[in-house]
Design a protein around this ligand. Sequence first.
Ligand SMILES: Cc1cc2nc3c(=O)[nH]c(=O)nc-3n(C[C@H](O)[C@H](O)[C@H](O)COP(=O)(O)O)c2cc1C
Length: 154
Amino acid sequence: MKKKLLILSNLPSENTKILFDEVKKGAKSINSETVEIAAHDAKDVDYEILSKSSAMIIGTTENLGYMSGVIKDFFDRNYYECLDKTNGLPYAIYIRAGHDGTGTEINIKKIITGLRWKEIQKPLILKGDWNNDFKRECFNLGATIAAGLDANIY
Ligand SMILES: Cc1cc2nc3c(=O)[nH]c(=O)nc-3n(C[C@H](O)[C@H](O)[C@H](O)COP(=O)(O)O)c2cc1C
C-alpha cells in the first residue's frame, strides 16, 4: 500500500527554501516503492491534503518567540477537522531560528498535544547564523522519516 509523507513549511527566505528542498531531497533519496513525497508551502495545505498523509514533517521559522504566522494559520485552518480523526499521526518538526527556537517548539507541541499526533523524532532546531551543515541535517531528517515510514516503524 502506498504511504504519503507530507512535508510542509513556511518559506519566507532563500535559506528556508533551501532547507525545505533538502528535506524533500532526503526523503526522495531512499527510493522507496511505497512512500510518496508530497511537499507543499504550508499556506496551501488543507484537510484534503493532510488527511491523505501517513506521516508529516513540519518546518517553520521562529518569529517573535513563536511559530511563523503561516504555520499558526495552518493549524487554525485545520485543527477542528483533524481533531479525533488524525490521532496518532506521526510527525517531526524542524525550526529555523535566528537565535533560539524554544518558544516555537513549546507552542507547536501544545497544539499537537491537543491533536494527539505522535512525535517520531526530536525537533531539529537550526539556530544562529546560516551554516551549511543545516543542509545535511535537513537532508538526513527527510531521509530518516521516509525510511521509517517505508519500514513501517511508526
Ligand atoms: C519579524 C521577525 C522576528 C523574528 N523573531 C525571532 C525570534 O523570536 N527568535 C529567533 O530565534 N529568531 C527570530 N527571527 C529570525 C528568523 O527566525 C530568521 O530570520 C528566519 O528563520 C530566516 O532565516 P534565514 O535568515 O536563514 O533565512 C525573526 C525574524 C523576523 C523577520
